[in-house]
Design a protein around this ligand. Structure first.
Ligand SMILES: C[S@@+](CC[C@H](N)C(=O)[O-])C[C@H]1O[C@@H](n2cnc3c(N)ncnc32)[C@H](O)[C@@H]1O
Length: 216
């Protein structure tokens, strides 16, 4: 990657993080802490469970946002082996506050004999409710149960219809100053279209991770 491109990415990252409800220096220092913290505290355990243990920048950013924003209720769709759940749950544990609800349609691509979220250790599961099924079947009921959500993360099926439907369904329950986060936002126009629909700005935290803050 040449220097101009690197500078462009850095500039976009800095501008976007500043607009989300976080101070940039706090984000950067917590992101560094997340790398050391999550990997040192939880990495060894996972390294023994999987050959491919690595928390990507996306997962460290999730951990960082949870550490800074200290949400009460987080919902995610799409768990697979559990990297994002682990990143969120480890931050909730550090915060000593908050609860994660996850919805996942078990994937045929899971390693043989493994269940969704298999890599999340027992001691992180106290703050976790994992439900198996399609988001279209489970999300409406879950939202009625929890009533209000601080952070909703989409990372399930990345079709336009599913993404847009999940954002729209969750939005009615997002608290003011709460967030919709989405992975794989560049797959299609659903994220941008939804931001326009709710008349809010959208931000790319990094490649493929988008955020919309509810301001009203
Ligand atoms: C991209 S993976 C999730 C990755 C995970 N968030 C992480 O960071 O490691 C997508 C997951 O969503 C599940 N999925 C696919 N369609 C779904 C649907 N309609 N509702 C809920 N989960 C779905 C898949 O089976 C898979 O487990």
């Amino acid at each position: 990657m040449n220097l101009t491109k690197k500078m462009r990415i850095l500039r976009r990252y800095v501008l976007n993080v500043r607009k989300l409800p976080m101070m940039l220096p706090t984000f950067v220092s917590t992101m560094t802490e997340a790398k050391n913290d999550t990997i040192n505290r939880y990495g060894t355990e996972f390294a023994s469970k999987t050959d491919s243990y690595d928390l990507s920048e996306y997962h460290r950013a999730l951990h960082t946002m949870i550490r800074i924003l200290k949400p009460e209720i987080v919902i995610e769709t799409g768990v697979f082996e559990g990297h994002s759940s682990l990143s969120i749950l480890s931050a909730l544990k550090e915060n000593n506050k908050g609860f994660l609800y996850s919805i996942d349609l078990p994937s045929p691509d899971l390693p043989s004999g493994k269940v969704p979220g298999w890599m999340v250790p027992e001691h992180l599961r106290k703050r976790w409710d994992l439900r198996a099924g399609k988001s279209s079947d489970l999300l409406p009921t879950l939202l009625l149960e929890v009533k209000e959500v601080d952070i909703f993360l989409h990372d399930s099926e990345h079709s336009y219809e599913t993404m847009y439907w999940e954002y729209k369904t969750a939005w009615a329950h997002i608290k003011t100053r709460g967030l919709i986060l989405s992975h794989d936002v560049s797959q299609n126009a659903a994220f941008r279209d939804f931001a326009q629909y709710v008349s809010e700005d959208y931000y790319y935290m990094m490649k493929n991770l988008g955020g919309i803050k509810r301001t009203k």
